[in-house]
Design a protein around this ligand. Structure first.
Ligand code: APR
Length: 259
């Protein structure tokens, strides 16, 4: 992708971050494209290729959790492709740059829509996985989360070792409410923020897409990092057009020089 980003735009975005009192990030599938995981929408998107999945995934799970687990353990179509790329993926310079912004004390929290565990693997600490984590299993009754390999899949659906409730992947299915614990934490962080780094997301899926709108609505600043225009580009104070793996490390370099 041609490097069209001039250093003035980077410097202006860096100033904006340094002026801010409480910066958070909202990330999406675009963050992991350079890790080999396709986005969902737009060019090369899974849903672009296979069509949007049914919006009642969770209701289907509740109706027949055993069948849902059989499908989960033997995926087909887009889910087969997605899980295969997730297993092979490693964090990229975009993930690592966000860790550095956190270590600098500039980035207070990262809200990710990604279930690929790459922010965690890169070392993000103040991380909120609003759509869950594909390496975790969650009890739909007591909301306890377990590492995938802690669970015995001999009998399907597997049951919670703590409360006996039914277990499902921690990833939030279409039609499933976001677990209250993570949603509350995300809302708290968004309420504190006066600046949001919006990286690699089409900002079309709610409730995650509401956070930058609320911050901007209160007079806060949005900095967008995306090779393409999105639904919220017109609301952004700064737009850095390019890939997150290329732009985020450059932003960190400018900030490092300023400190
Ligand atoms: N670097 C940065 N951004 C990129 C890159 C890249 N290399 N490549 C693509 N993008 C941008 C696209 O232009 C698009 O705006 O990333 C965005 C990806 O958007 P989506 O595919 O819609 O992904 P996301 O916003 O994370 O979707 C939200 O929708 O399907 C559900 O649960 C799924 O969490 C997901 C949610």
């Amino acid at each position: 992708m041609e490097d069209t980003l001039d250093s003035k735009a980077l410097e202006a975005a860096a100033d904006c971050l340094l002026r801010a009192r409480y910066v958070i990030a909202l990330t999406g599938a675009g963050l992991s494209v350079e890790s080999g995981i396709p986005p969902f929408r737009g060019p090369g998107g899974l849903w672009t290729k296979y069509g949007e999945p049914p919006m009642d995934g969770y209701q289907r799970f509740l109706r027949d959790p055993r069948k849902a687990w059989e499908e989960r353990l033997n995926p087909s179509g887009p889910m087969r492709e997605l899980w295969a790329t997730l297993r092979a993926a490693e964090p990229n310079p975009g993930h690592r740059a966000l860790v550095e912004l956190e270590e600098m004390g500039l980035l207070k929290a990262t809200i990710t829509q990604n279930v690929d565990n790459l922010h965690r693997a890169a070392g993000s600490i103040r991380l909120l996985e609003i759509h869950g984590n594909a390496t975790l299993i969650r009890c739909i009754q007591c909301v306890t989360r377990f590492a995938r390999d802690e669970i015995d899949y001999g009998e399907l659906p597997p049951h919670c070792p703590r409360c006996g409730g039914i277990l499902k992947s921690d990833t939030v299915s279409f039609g499933e409410p976001i677990p209250a614990d993570v949603l509350e934490h995300c809302s708290e962080e968004a309420e504190r923020a006066d600046c949001v780094l919006v990286a690699g997301t089409s900002a079309t899926v709610y409730p995650a897409a509401q956070f930058p709108l609320s911050v901007q609505g209160r007079g806060g600043d949005l900095i967008e990092i995306n090779p393409y225009e999105t639904e919220i580009t017109h609301l952004c104070r700064h737009t850095l057009r390019g890939t997150s793996a290329e732009i985020l490390p450059r932003l960190v370099n400018v900030l490092r020089e300023r400190r």
